[in-house]
Ligand binder design. Sequence first.
Ligand code: SF4
Length: 296
Amino acid sequence: MINCYGKVFSCCCCAPWPLGSIYKNTLSEIWAKSPRLKLARWLSSRGALHCFSNCFMRFIYDNKKLAQRCKGSPAHPKRIMVACGDFCNYKCIMCTADTGSSVYLNTEYVKKNIDWSKVEKIVLTGGEILAIAPAKELFLWLTREEKKKVDILSNGSLITPEWAEYLVRGQGCLSISVNAATAGTYKRICQGDFSRIIENLKKLVELKRRLKTSSVIRFTFTIIQENAHEIADAIVLANDLGCDVLGFGFATSGREFLARQQDLCRQLKARITQLVNDPKVTVAIEKAYLTEAGLL
Ligand code: SF4
């Protein structure tokens, strides 16, 4: 992960600590020489990394998959997430970002200090990347000049017809945070216009089909107290919209809330199980978090 200050981390959660700065060194240099990275690897190999007990990867992968994923130390990172800034046009109730911030990553260093030929997976995120001019410029540079597939995390509210085409032609995974299945819940969570997000998702699905690109349209739903009752409705909605994937995640409040709501969990489980087994539901549902919460 590279954050908006140019700091390089070995984890997408900006953990366990910064390894160096992309403003001062190339990523290859940081990766080969950082004593902090060596320490993190040493602790990790002994299961002693302080952040691991709360790592979200433990909810997604079983121990075997996790060990495979962490095996070996590549000479250069193959997966890079670039957080271009915290600025966002929304202010969601569960958001921990400094959404009014005007600190943006200097993407010129990112372009010249990373050997992009060695990178296989790129994720761009904000804040809201479509509200951050350098993030948009970096997306276009990576997809056009470097011919890379680029994944994005976005709230989807600023997708113009022009950008819908850029995104879909970028061939990556377009994760659009919806976090609701109804306009009322959407408004409570992010004060935004639900119909606009739905129209933008439809636009992406239609373009992807028309242009026959390999992009993946991913409806994302972070479970919190305010939207937990709409988890099953989100499956129906994402499926009706023609999304490829429905991804769930948790904010801490969502996990704690569901742990206290046994009746709601029982109702959700019955409905979600029915939907998952319904042949008409073709959206690929990421099930790890649902299973972990006892909803599957
Ligand atoms: S859209 Fe994302 S970055 Fe923006 S306020 Fe909501 S959670 Fe935070």
